[in-house]
Design a binder for this molecule. Structure first.
Ligand SMILES: NC(=O)c1ccc[n+]([C@@H]2O[C@H](COP(=O)([O-])OP(=O)(O)OC[C@H]3O[C@@H](n4cnc5c(N)ncnc54)[C@H](O)[C@@H]3O)[C@@H](O)[C@H]2O)c1
Ligand SMILES: N[C@@H](CCC=O)C(=O)O
Length: 543
C-alpha cells in the first residue's frame, strides 16, 4: 500500500483536431473507415474478463447505409445478467481496496490511449455505427471521452482531499470515501460515445464495479471502449459488458439485493420506468440505491429584438441540426420577434440550401442519418403532423427517404400555436420549430418558454440589451440546467459547463464535475478520541 498523498493538476481540454484535407489525422481516419467498412466483426458479451457468446444475435448496421452490416453482437439472457452481477460483486472486493491513485492512473491511461493510439478507431467506429460526421465524432468519441477521464481523476483527488476539521488536540476526525455497497448498473444512450464511457468510468474510478448495458445502436464504438479499458489495465470484472434487451436485463438487475445504484442517460420515459421498478423492489435492497439519470430535453432559443440576425441564424442551424438534432441539448424550439423573422429566415435558408445530407464517409456532408428505423418513423411522424395542420407550416425541409439510409432533410416548422405538439414534445431529430412573437411581448413570451414543456435541460437567450438578458436570466431561472447567453444551447465542454438539467430532464447531477462523482461514494466519518473522558458527569453536576 502506497501511503503518499498524490495531487492531480487540473487538466486542459483535449484539443479538437481539424481533419482538414490531407492532414495526418484525416488520412489516418480515412484508412480506418475503410478498414472497418470492409470487415464484419463478432461482438461477444464480456463478463469477468471472459468473452461469452450466447448465439442470440443482433446486427450492427450503418444508419446511413443500413444494408451494410458492420458486426453481429451476442445478446445477454437472464443467466448472463446474473453472471455479470456476480462478477461485478466479486471484482469490487479487490478494486475498492487498491490505492485510489491506481484507479486514477488507469483512467488517465485510457484517455492517453484514445488520444493517440486509438483516436482514429474510436472516431471511425462512432462515425460508422452512430452516423456522426468526422467533426461530431472528434468532439465526442475523442475529446469529450478523454476529458471526462482526465477531469474525473482530478475531481476525485479533490474529493478525497476534502477532510473534516479536528479543532481540538484530543480528537482526530477523518473521512473515508468508500464505494457503494453492491454493484452499479450503467445504462447508456446511443448518441454519445463519451457519455457511454463516462457512465461506466465515473463510478469505477470511485471504487465501484459496474454492469454495463450499452444501447444496441452504439455497440461498435462501445465494444472498442471495452478493449481499450482492458489494454489500459482495468482488471477483469470491474466493467461487465452485456448488450441485450433492456427489459430482460433491467428485470434481473432491479430485483437484485446487491443493486446499489443506476447511472443512466436516455429518455425520460425509460428513466421513469426504472424509478418505479426500483421503488417496487425497495424492500429487497441492502441500501437505498443511488438513482442518477440525465434524460430528455426540449431546448429553447429565445431571441430578443436587439440580437444579431446572423448570429441567431447560425446558432439555430448548428444547434438544431448538428448530429441530426440527436442531442439532448439540441435547439428544438425557438422564439423570434416579428421584426427579425424574415431576416433570420432568409439567413437560415441560405445555410440550409448549402447543407448536404448523406454518408459520413463523404466529409462534405454536414448532416448524416438518424440512428434507426424506429427513430426515422417517429421523427417523420412529427413532420407529417406539421404538414397536416392549420396550426403550423413547414418552411424548410420536410422531405425524407429511408431506402438506403435513414435520411431526413433538416426541417424547420413555423408554429402559429405556441403549444403545437412540436413545440412541446422531444422529437430527437433534425426538426426545429419556431414561434414568432410580437416584439412588445418579450416578457410574456419568456413565461411561455418557461411553462411550455416539462423539460429543463438547456436553453439560450440571444440579446444585445443587457437589461433584457437579465430579465430572461431571472424569468428562466428553472427552465434550464445549462443556460447560454448569445450561444447555441449545445456543445457543453467538460470542466467548462458541467452538464445536466432538472424537472423532466433528470436528477441534474452534472456530468463532468465533482457533483457527479460524489454520487458514487458512500462516505464513512471517523472520529478518534485521544483522551476519552473517565467521568460521566457534566461539569455543572459537580457543583
Ligand atoms: N440529459 C442528458 O445528458 C442526455 C444526454 C444524451 C441523451 N439524452 C436523452 O437520451 C434519449 C435518446 O437516447 P436513447 O434513444 O438511447 O434513449 P432510451 O431511453 O431509448 O435508451 C437509453 C438506454 O436505456 C436502455 N433501456 C431502455 N429500456 C430499458 C429497460 N426497460 N431496462 C433497461 N434498459 C433499458 C436502452 O437500451 C439504452 O441502452 C433522448 O431522450 C435524449 O434527450 C439525454
Ligand atoms: N455535451 C452535450 C450533451 C449531450 C447530449 O446529448 C452537449 O452539450 O451538446
Amino acid at each position: 500500500m502506497n501511503n503518499s498523498v498524490f495531487r492531480f493538476e487540473k487538466p486542459k481540454n483535449e484539443p479538437v483536431l481539424s481533419y482538414a484535407p490531407n492532414s495526418p489525422e484525416r488520412l489516418e481516419l480515412v484508412a480506418e473507415l475503410e478498414r472497418m467498412s470492409s470487415q464484419q466483426i463478432d461482438i461477444p458479451l464480456i463478463i469477468g474478463g471472459k468473452e461469452i457468446r450466447t448465439g442470440n444475435l443482433g446486427k450492427v448496421v450503418m444508419p446511413h447505409d443500413h444494408g451494410h452490416v458492420l458486426a453481429t453482437y451476442h445478446m445477454a439472457g437472464e443467466k448472463e445478467v446474473r453472471m455479470a452481477i456476480e462478477a461485478a460483486v466479486e471484482a469490487r472486493k479487490k478494486w475498492e481496496n487498491i490505492p485510489w491513485v491506481e484507479r486514477a492512473s488507469i483512467a488517465i491511461r485510457v484517455a492517453e490511449l484514445i488520444a493517440k493510439k486509438y483516436r482514429a478507431v474510436m472516431n471511425a467506429a462512432t462515425m460508422l455505427g452512430q452516423s456522426k460526421n468526422a467533426f461530431q465524432a472528434e468532439i465526442d468519441s475523442a475529446c469529450e471521452t478523454i476529458d471526462f477521464l482526465r477531469f474525473n481523476a482530478y475531481y476525485m483527488s479533490q474529493i478525497y482531499a476534502d477532510q473534516p476539521m479536528s479543532p481540538t488536540t484530543d480528537v482526530v476526525n477523518r473521512m473515508e470515501y468508500r464505494p457503494l455497497e453492491g454493484f452499479v448498473f450503467a445504462v447508456t444512450p446511443f448518441n454519445f460515445t463519451a457519455i457511454a464511457s463516462n457512465l461506466c468510468m465515473s463510478p469505477v474510478i470511485m471504487g465501484n464495479a459496474v454492469v454495463w448495458k450499452p444501447a444496441t445502436t452504439a455497440i461498435l464504438s462501445n465494444y472498442y471502449l471495452m478493449q481499450i479499458y482492458k489494454e489500459a489495465g482495468l482488471p477483469d470484472g470491474i466493467i461487465n459488458f452485456i448488450p441485450g434487451k433492456g427489459s430482460v436485463i433491467g428485470k434481473e438487475i432491479f430485483a437484485h439485493r446487491e443493486f446499489a445504484g443506476v447511472h443512466f442517460t436516455g429518455s425520460t420515459w425509460t428513466f421513469n420506468s426504472f424509478w418505479s421498478e426500483i421503488a417496487r423492489n425497495l424492500p429487497n435492497y441492502r441500501s437505498y440505491p443511488k438513482i442518477v439519470g440525465e434524460t430528455g430535453g426540449k431546448d429553447f432559443v429565445m431571441v430578443h429584438p436587439s440580437a444579431d440576425v446572423q448570429q441567431v441564424a447560425v446558432a439555430l442551424v448548428r444547434g438544431a441540426f448538428e448530429f441530426q438534432g440527436q442531442k439532448c441539448s439540441a435547439a428544438s424550439r425557438a422564439y423570434i420577434p416579428k421584426s427579425m423573422w424574415y431576416a433570420v429566415k432568409d439567413s437560415m435558408g441560405k445555410m440550409l440550401t448549402d447543407i448536404k445530407v448523406g454518408d459520413v464517409r463523404n466529409f462534405s456532408n454536414f448532416v448524416n442519418a438518424v440512428i434507426d428505423e424506429a427513430a426515422f418513423d417517429s421523427i417523420t411522424g412529427y413532420i407529417e403532423k406539421a404538414r397536416n395542420t392549420k396550426d403550423a407550416e413547414i418552411v424548410f425541409g420536410g422531405t425524407y427517404d429511408k431506402s438506403k439510409g435513414y435520411f431526413i432533410q433538416p426541417t424547420v416548422i413555423l408554429a402559429n400555436d405556441p403549444h403545437f405538439v412540436t413545440m412541446e414534445e422531444e422529437i430527437f431529430g433534425p426538426v426545429l420549430t419556431i414561434h414568432v412573437y410580437e416584439d412588445a411581448k418579450f416578457e410574456e413570451t419568456l413565461e411561455l418558454v418557461d411553462s411550455t414543456s416539462p423539460y429543463a435541460l438547456t436553453g439560450s437567450i440571444f440579446s444585445n440589451d443587457r437589461y433584457a438578458t437579465e430579465v430572461a436570466f431571472e424569468k428562466l431561472k428553472y427552465a434550464a440546467g445549462n443556460f447560454y447567453i448569445n450561444d447555441k444551447p449545445t456543445g457543453a465542454v467538460v470542466g467548462q459547463q458541467p452538464f445536466g438539467g432538472a424537472r423532466a430532464s433528470g436528477t441534474n447531477d452534472k456530468a463532468g464535475s465533482y457533483l457527479n462523482l460524489i454520487r458514487w461514494t458512500n462516505p464513512r466519518s471517523i472520529k478518534e478520541t485521544l483522551n476519552p473522558p473517565t467521568d460521566y458527569r457534566y461539569p455543572f453536576l459537580a457543583e
